[in-house]
Write a protein that binds this ligand. Structure first.
Ligand SMILES: NC(=O)c1ccc[n+]([C@@H]2O[C@H](COP(=O)([O-])OP(=O)(O)OC[C@H]3O[C@@H](n4cnc5c(N)ncnc54)[C@H](O)[C@@H]3O)[C@@H](O)[C@H]2O)c1
Length: 266
């Protein structure tokens, strides 16, 4: 299947670790022009080197805090300047710390809201403005979570923000389809890094068993229809499919779970 992403200008937020890293590396295999926007410049730089070896047409790392609109505007402008526009935005940044809602604080809510929702608003609005100005057919893929579809213990605020992303993408898809803008969502289930080196210090997997113990991973896998937890490349494959106008050009406003069958929504 030819995704026709060669030399397309693709922004990946949070491309330094785990799922975002896998998305960048798959895009590299497709010879895309990549703008990797991440807080962790050092880790992003390592991924950029790998991407060039795998065949990326070109890649630039822009240190970006997606919660800061001015920062995001600078990053999107850099993508437009270097690669002549933006064909694809992948909103991948997200963060959570597992705890029961009764244990959370307003400071914690604020952090979750800013990273998981405000960040996607900033990036989506800035890229949409560029798409409408440049009259470029643009694909936006947001990485949400099955917690948004199922509800999940210890992920109340995070799941609510991810549900917000699903709805945001559908509304923007409805408003802007006539301008050639497609918006879709991928919902991972538990997706663990292949190797400890595949994450940087700002990754929520920096301490792998800080999220789940090995025993809990095994229990999660056993409860899934496919009997295994996800790997970053599983998510990347779905993201690349949806991002491609060549193969998913008639798909918009959709929410796709890639979670070993954890959620099955009709
Ligand atoms: N891994 C999972 O099990 C899982 C499950 C469901 C959903 N998700 C979602 O998938 C996405 C990727 O998850 P992951 O496991 O790869 O995360 P991760 O924590 O390993 O990586 C996130 C990356 O985003 C960067 N980042 C964090 N805050 C940022 C900010 N404000 N601005 C710019 N960059 C920032 C980090 O530096 C890091 O490189 C997230 O949206 C997450 O919510 C992950």
């Amino acid at each position: 299947m030819d995704l026709q992403l060669k030399e397309k200008s693709v922004i990946v937020t949070g491309g330094g670790s785990n799922i975002g890293r896998a998305i960048v590396l798959e895009l590299a295999r497709e010879s895309a022009n990549i703008t990797l926007a991440d807080l962790d410049e050092g880790q992003a730089g390592k991924v950029a080197e790998e991407a060039l070896k795998l065949g990326a047409s070109d890649i630039q790392v822009i240190k970006t805090d997606v919660t800061d609109l001015a920062n995001v505007q600078t990053m999107v402008q850099a993508a437009r300047q270097k690669f002549g526009g933006v064909d694809v935005l992948i909103n991948n940044v997200g963060w959570d710390d597992l705890m029961f809602f009764s244990q959370t604080t307003p400071e914690f809510w604020d952090k979750i809201i800013r990273i998981n929702f405000l960040g996607a608003l900033n990036c989506t609005k800035t890229v949409l403005d560029a798409a409408l100005e440049d009259k470029t057919p643009t694909s936006i893929v947001s990485v949400s979570s099955d917690a948004s579809r199922q509800g999940e213990a210890r992920e109340a605020v995070y799941g609510a923000m991810k549900a917000g992303i699903n709805s945001l993408m559908k509304s923007i898809a409805k408003e802007n389809g006539r301008f050639g803008v497609r918006c879709n969502v991928v919902c991972p289930g538990v997706t663990i890094p292949g190797d400890d080196d595949d994450v940087g210090e700002t990754s929520m997997w920096a301490k792998k068993d800080g999220m789940f113990t090995e025993e809990q991973f095994a229990k999660i896998a056993a409860a899934l229809p496919l009997k295994k937890v996800g790997r970053p490349r599983d998510i990347a494959n779905a993201v690349l499919f949806l991002s491609s106008n060549a193969v998913a050009g008639h798909v918009t406003g959709q929410v796709l779970s890639v979670s070993g069958g954890y959620s099955m929504i009709g």
